[in-house]
Design a protein around this ligand. Structure first.
Ligand code: NAD
Length: 296
């Protein structure tokens, strides 16, 4: 019989990722703070089971996947909160945190779960909502190889590139660093577009030239063309979550006593943008923030 997975967190990413698992034949036990998120999912996948807490979700499951905003919330859901998974988990279960959590917290969570007989994989993802729908995410795994093999069928349903990055926390560390590059590339493109437009350049032409030149990146190839130049700002990843990822990358650098002035600037830039645009604004709206700053 197909393995049973407790899936906690059916937001922008969790919903399409859990859909891929349902379509691949996994039995799902769902929990989200938002009852609507769960009932909308069940409408599309009537075989999945709604539960009322993390504790109830994990009962009888072989694995629990979390896709929550950050590692503090994951810790609450798994071991610290009221009706947390801890109260329903059996030894031998596999926990997989696919959220973009802080890797230092993840190392501690892995130790705490191990004491309960539960192995943890950190397995954050990159690729955004579109690739979550396609099942072609990049999955960055931290943990041990044998646990990755247990999780591989589920990962294969959600992702195309599955990389074992190292021990517990390695996936979360690499994810935060990836998003530093992603955020920095996006800001650079937005500032270039604002300056170029003021000089009289056409933004569509600029993006075409970046894409055939050394300025090419995911920002120019995907975000510039699909969300920034048409100004629809509908990538499905919020400014608040990007600001959190940059803070995470910076916390890792601080933890290792490494001075990273560029990263510090990126943290301040996105924190201020998140305040001015609102944390729930799409992260591609950073273009509007760049336009606002240009007029100061
Ligand atoms: P989201 O805010 O859309 O979804 C989070 C979900 O968690 C919501 O449905 C919310 O109701 C639920 N939730 C919050 N607290 C809860 C709790 N205590 N118990 C149960 N459910 C709770 O966020 P998202 O965009 O899906 O992102 C999820 C994670 O994935 C974040 O760590 C984010 O940084 C990361 N991520 C997002 C993207 C993207 O493109 N959106 C891409 C890669 C990684």
């Amino acid at each position: 019989p197909p393995a049973t997975i407790a899936f906690i967190g059916l937001g922008m990413m969790g919903r399409p990722m859990a859909s891929r698992l349902a379509e691949a034949g996994f039995k799902l036990r769902l929990y989200d703070l938002s009852q609507k998120a769960v009932s909308d999912f069940i409408c599309a996948h009537p075989m999945a089971l709604a539960t009322a807490s993390a504790k109830a979700a994990v009962q009888g499951a072989d694995a629990v996947i979390t896709m929550l905003p950050d590692g503090k919330i994951v810790r609450q859901a798994l071991i610290e909160g009221r009706d947390s998974a801890r109260e329903g988990m059996a030894a031998g279960m596999l926990a997989i945190d696919m959220s973009s959590s802080n890797p230092v917290d993840t190392q501690k969570l892995a130790r705490d779960l191990a004491a309960l007989g539960v192995a943890l994989l950190d397995a954050p993802v990159s690729g955004g909502v579109k690739r979550a729908i396609d099942g072609s995410l990049s999955i960055m795994v931290g943990g041990n190889a044998a646990d990755l093999e247990r999780a591989r069928p589920a990962f294969a349903a959600m992702g195309k590139t599955i990389t074992l990055c190292g021990p517990a926390g390695a996936g979360h560390a690499l994810k935060a660093l990836n998003n530093y590059l992603s955020a920095a590339g996006l800001v650079a493109m937005c500032e270039a577009l604002v300056v170029g437009e003021a000089f009289g350049l056409d933004p569509g032409t600029m993006v075409d030239v970046f894409n055939s030149s050394t300025g090419k990146s995911n920002a120019t190839e995907v975000k510039g063309r699909q969300f920034v130049v048409p100004r629809n700002f509908a990538a499905g990843f919020t400014t608040g979550l990007m600001a959190k990822d940059l803070r995470t990358a910076s916390e890792v650098a601080n933890h290792l006593q490494l001075n990273m002035p560029g990263l510090k600037q990126a943290v301040a830039y996105w924190a201020d943008a998140s305040g001015k645009l609102g944390g729930s604004a799409d992260h591609t709206e950073i273009f509007r923030y760049a336009e606002m700053l240009a007029e100061e």
